[in-house]
Design a protein around this ligand. Structure first.
Ligand code: HEC
Ligand code: HEC
Ligand code: HEC
Ligand code: HEC
Ligand code: HEC
Length: 412
């Protein structure tokens, strides 16, 4: 890219970039390919308008971890599950001026923070809006002010934080000099926010629908567990000396499997097998946590000596025929019928494993020809009835139950 030097230096002052070293200045057009485009605007470009692509040049590995995360795919135009609900409850994510009962759509406070800061609803009007929870959405958070308002009600997402639009915020731990300076941006070391759960809580503490029914409540779950509660220790571990930014959760079966320990014990009694299946939640939040439709179920199958299936704990789905093996949060209406999250007026039940809970499931079955029992735990992003909304082939992965734990007993 060829940018005349005078344009470059205007860009430098406008972007809040400080006395930059000559080395980086030389390569600035290359580093800031994206932001330079923005500089033609007459106003100073605030940090929350700086694209993740402008961080990529120097932080390539972190960028590619982030790019594959749900944080980079959180908007209604990128996440098909969120998008389906957003369009149904709020409206068109490509339209400006959308409101819900006269109010700015609350979803954007967490799912598209840059748009929320600007009070905009057309997510195509600026690249950073559709980047979701991008680098600067987190790295400009200067303070967590809490989600609970003194007068009642909640501050959600960007409303729960103070932002610094001129100085990049970070943990300040990976360098020894107290006066370390970021090569491109003004920066502040802010360990109170970046070494604690504070950085996550504005968006992950809790959320209620318009009927005040709790939907997501990871923060409350952790508060009630009283255990070790730093989200970063599990969700942003240090890998090869660098902070991992993949932020894995429900969309990664491998991550989900880390939360559950499952063991099976079998005893023979006359012509019966008594089975005790033990499930332990290893986490300080519910298992599964998060969106209200996340769920886990277990099926046990008995095989004869030829490997043929001769018994099963559930013929169709545990939701129908083995409810004790179904770990879910159920929302409904006053009559006790199931209702989707935006419409629910009541919590009908919560059979998810509580923080650090161990639950035993007991089965008694005829021994007959059984020589092997196999228990399999599955995780689903969506409840079975909701899966119908995502029947297109490109959504196959979203509706496929994922194996998260397996245990087998040989019977003789
Ligand atoms: C969800 C919030 C969040 C997002 C999004 C995010 N970061 Fe971070 N980042 C953090 C936190 C928290 C830490 C510090 C963690 C710690 O020190 O334990 C951190 C640390 C870092 C560090 C220091 C790494 C180290 O090893 O010391 C760099 C560099 C960084 N982030 C760059 C980026 C870039 C570039 C992006 C976008 C591609 C990005 N971050 C997106 C929250 C975030
Ligand atoms: C010109 C190269 C360059 C660009 C572009 C760049 N950085 Fe950095 N950044 C560095 C270097 C070098 C370090 C120090 C080594 C490290 O931590 O990786 C650093 C460190 C950081 C840290 C750690 C600060 C701390 O407190 O420990 C954060 C956070 C960070 N960068 C965020 C970003 C974000 C967000 C962007 C995009 C808006 C960005 N950087 C763009 C070169 C760059
Ligand atoms: C600005 C708001 C915001 C902040 C800050 C934030 N998140 Fe998120 N996070 C979200 C949203 C929104 C989603 C859901 C994206 C989607 O699925 O559409 C999400 C998704 C996730 C997921 C689920 C991934 C999956 O596979 O479904 C995990 C895990 C997560 N965040 C952890 C964290 C942690 C840990 C922190 C603090 C370091 C953090 N987040 C900070 C808004 C935020
Ligand atoms: C001991 C490790 C550990 C700690 C500490 C921890 N988590 Fe998790 N988290 C996990 C594992 C494992 C999963 C996957 C299983 C599940 O979804 O419950 C997960 C899942 C999640 C999800 C995914 C939900 C979804 O809908 O996909 C979110 C969001 C999340 N955690 C947020 C947090 C926040 C916020 C904190 C801190 C307040 C935190 N976690 C602390 C291990 C941990
Ligand atoms: C307080 C922050 C916050 C607000 C406000 C918010 N969400 Fe979310 N949303 C999240 C987080 C965090 C996740 C993912 C992790 C979890 O499940 O807790 C999520 C996940 C989702 C999911 C599941 C996405 C997936 O990939 O499975 C849907 C659907 C969703 N939100 C819809 C909405 C809609 C529609 C609105 C507005 C009416 C909204 N959200 C408002 C924070 C928020």
């Amino acid at each position: 890219m060829s940018v005349p030097f005078f344009a470059l230096s205007i860009g430098v002052t406008m972007l809040n970039i400080k006395n930059i070293s000559p080395f980086y200045a030389l390569f600035l057009p290359f580093f800031l390919n994206n932001a330079i485009g923005l500089v033609s605007a007459t106003d100073k470009v605030p940090l929350h308008h700086v694209s993740a692509k402008d961080c990529k040049t120097c932080h390539e590995e972190i960028y590619s971890q982030w790019k594959g995360s749900m944080h980079a795919n959180s908007t209604a135009l990128k996440d098909p599950i969120h998008g389906t609900f957003y369009k149904a409850v709020i409206g068109d994510p490509k339209e400006e001026g959308i409101n819900k009962n006269g109010k700015y759509p609350v979803c954007l406070q967490c799912h598209a923070p840059a748009a929320a800061i600007d009070g905009k609803t057309d997510l195509t009007s600026m690249e950073v809006y559709n980047e979701g929870i991008n680098c600067v959405a987190c790295h400009t958070i200067s303070k967590f002010i809490g989600t609970k308002k003194a007068e009642g009600g909640l501050r959600l997402g960007t409303q729960a934080y103070e932002f610094s639009d001129s100085s990049l915020q970070g943990p300040g731990t990976n360098h020894t000099e107290a006066d370390w300076q970021h090569p491109l941006f003004e920066n502040s070391a802010n360990p109170d926010v970046f070494k604690t759960s504070a950085i996550c809580m504005g968006c992950h503490d809790q959320r209620k629908n318009s009927n005040k029914v709790a939907l997501c409540q990871t923060g409350d779950e952790i508060a009630s567990s009283g255990g070790s509660n730093n989200c970063l220790s599990c969700h942003m571990p240090v890998v090869n000396g660098k902070i991992d930014h993949s932020l894995l959760g429900g969309h990664s079966a491998k991550m989900v499997s880390k939360g559950l320990l499952m063991t099976m014990a079998t005893t023979k009694e006359n012509k019966k097998l008594n089975v005790t299946l033990k499930l332990t939640n290893q986490l300080p939040h519910s298992f599964p946590t998060g969106a209200p439709f996340r769920n886990v179920y277990v099926k046990i199958t008995g095989y004869d000596k030829n490997g043929k299936e001769v018994w099963t704990s559930s013929q169709s789905h545990p939701l129908k025929d083995d409810k004790k093996a179904m770990f879910m949060y159920s929302l409904g209406d006053e009559e006790g019928n199931p209702a989707p999250p935006p419409k629910a007026t009541k919590v009908l039940g919560d059979t998810r494993l509580k923080p650090h809970e161990t639950r035993k499931l007991l089965y008694s079955l005829p021994k007959k020809k059984i020589t092997k029992l196999r228990a399999v735990a599955y995780y689903d992003l969506l409840l079975p009835p909701m899966k119908n909304k995502f029947s297109e082939p490109e959504h196959k992965d979203l509706v496929t139950s994922k194996v998260i734990a397996v245990t087998e007993n040989i019977i003789n």
